[in-house]
Design a protein around this ligand. Structure first.
Ligand code: CO
Length: 134
């Protein structure tokens, strides 16, 4: 069911500062910032070859990462994203085994233009898990 690691997402309080650190200090290749109002974040992708790092800054008043940053003011690891072949079949299989899918249970279109879902961190040992259809 689980495919490749697609990205690790880091919540950051200041995207410009995080972008500068990854680009200038770490010498990484970065995307342009992309505002995703439906997800309440602005995102920059860091290309690390075998996967991506996603830098997330809150966007708007109801950002889903606002509470995380309130608890972790300097930022931190927010979620990991794995690829799956069939997101609806995977969702149904997970729900049947008792895992909780966040939101209304229907995939949203994620930052890469593909359907994504999130799984409750309490079901996966404290880590928020995103699934993206490959
Ligand atoms: Co993500």
């Amino acid at each position: 069911m689980l495919g490749r690691l697609n990205h690790v997402a880091l919540a950051v309080p200041n995207l410009a500062a995080a972008t500068a650190a990854y680009r200038d200090t770490l010498g990484a290749q970065l995307s342009e910032p992309q505002a995703l109002p439906e997800h309440g974040v602005t995102v920059v992708f860091v290309d690390v070859g075998n996967a991506k790092i996603e830098l997330l800054e809150p966007l708007g008043d109801a950002s889903p990462i606002a509470a995380f940053l309130a608890k972790n003011p300097s930022g931190g690891m927010h979620h990991v994203c794995y690829e799956v072949d069939d997101i609806l079949a995977t969702r149904d299989q997970l729900k049947a085994s008792g895992a909780r899918v966040l939101g209304d249970g229907n995939p949203k279109i994620g930052a890469h233009g593909k359907p994504v879902l999130f799984l409750h961190p309490k079901d996966f040992f404290g880590t928020l898990v995103e699934l993206e259809q490959a």
